[in-house]
Write a protein that binds this ligand. Structure first.
Ligand code: IPE
Ligand code: IPE
Ligand code: MG
Ligand code: MG
Ligand code: MG
Length: 303
């Protein structure tokens, strides 16, 4: 009973946070009539504001609050990472990549604005994110911390992180999944952009080095868990609830955990990763109750 009440309380707290994240994204994104790039701005706003669970921004805010970081700075950090995430989704859906027509419950960006504009919207969101990150020093974050955060997000987004993972993902199509490689793909293409908000929020807050270390291990667990669940939902999820077409991985012959381990094997792995993530949180000095609730949410998610 107590547990149900705590979950309900957390869920409404999270819903409120998501609304705040959406408001900030709306305010900070270029307006449609700003300068001469109205189609570009329309295209960017279309995908960023189409919905989305805002898990990455929420992770930044919740982690930073554990160490009493400034809320406005955390919001700026979290929203910047959401821009990079949205860029990754727009490009991921292109015919040259996963060739998906639906995203966040709406036609994919390229279906509405065309491939050229979708590519440019992705490019624009990636660059805008770094402008937002570099402005952290206007939010009372030191230049040193701001630079450290920019470096972290650069690595998480680029060849060592999301983009590198997407390359391996494309190259692994039509091949038999191999455990070590599959874990690497998932940690890079998805894990890196879930780890970045956690690590950057801890850096921003000045969390002790041992805490940062534990949080990094924790982030690896939820990063992998998140993509294992994504693979499972692609097999047995509901297109309407997910807001994207299921069966996409089988169609593209992707290398996934259900292919490697079977659906039941992938589900057991998800359970194990969620327990391991929560176990790691017990080593933290700071109160990690809300991060534990985020693990439950990621584990149980159906969208
Ligand atoms: C989808 O991410 C792509 C992956 C990295 C698995 P999300 O499931 O977080 O997508 P949104 O932001 O809620 O749309
Ligand atoms: C996407 O993995 C990871 C990204 C970096 C976008 P997927 O290709 O499985 O994500 P969905 O299922 O299209 O959201
Ligand atoms: Mg993909
Ligand atoms: Mg995809
Ligand atoms: Mg997927």
């Amino acid at each position: 009973m107590e547990e149900i009440k705590a979950t309900e309380k957390f869920n409404s707290h999270l819903q409120k946070l998501i609304l705040e994240i959406n408001e900030h994204l709306d305010i900070w994104l270029p307006k449609i009539d700003e300068d001469k790039c109205s189609t570009l701005h329309k295209s960017c706003r279309y995908s960023v504001l189409a919905g989305g669970k805002r898990i990455r921004a929420a992770l930044a805010v919740l982690t930073g609050r554990m160490y009493r970081a400034d809320d406005d700075a955390l919001m700026r950090l979290g929203c910047a990472i959401e821009l990079i995430h949205t860029f990754s989704l727009i490009h991921d859906d292109l015919p040259a990549m996963d060739d998906d027509d639906f995203r966040r419950g709406k036609p994919a960006n390229h279906k509405v604005f065309g491939e050229g504009m979708a590519i440019l919207a992705g490019d624009s969101l990636l660059t805008l994110a770094f402008s937002w990150l570099s402005s952290l020093c206007n939010y009372n974050v030191s230049c040193e911390k701001t630079l450290a955060i920019v470096r972290e997000v650069t690595e998480a987004s680029g060849h060592k992180g999301m983009i590198g993972g997407q390359v391996l993902d494309l190259e692994a199509e039509k091949t038999k999944p191999e455990p070590e490689m599959l874990e690497r793909i998932h940690l890079m293409k998805t894990g890196a952009l879930l780890k970045a908000p956690i690590r950057c929020a801890a850096i921003l807050a000045g969390a002790p080095a041992e805490e940062l270390e534990t949080l990094s291990s924790f982030a690896n667990k939820i990063g992998l868990l998140f993509q294992v669940k994504d693979d499972i939902l692609d097999v047995e999820g509901n297109t309407e609830v997910l807001g994207k077409t299921t069966g996409a991985d089988a169609r593209m012959q992707k290398s996934t955990y259900p292919v490697l381990l079977g659906l039941d094997g992938a589900k057991s792995l998800a359970g194990r990763l969620s327990n391991e993530a929560k176990e790691l949180l017990r080593h933290l000095q700071a109160d990690s109750t809300e991060l534990a609730q985020m693990v439950d949410l990621i584990y149980a998610r159906n969208n």
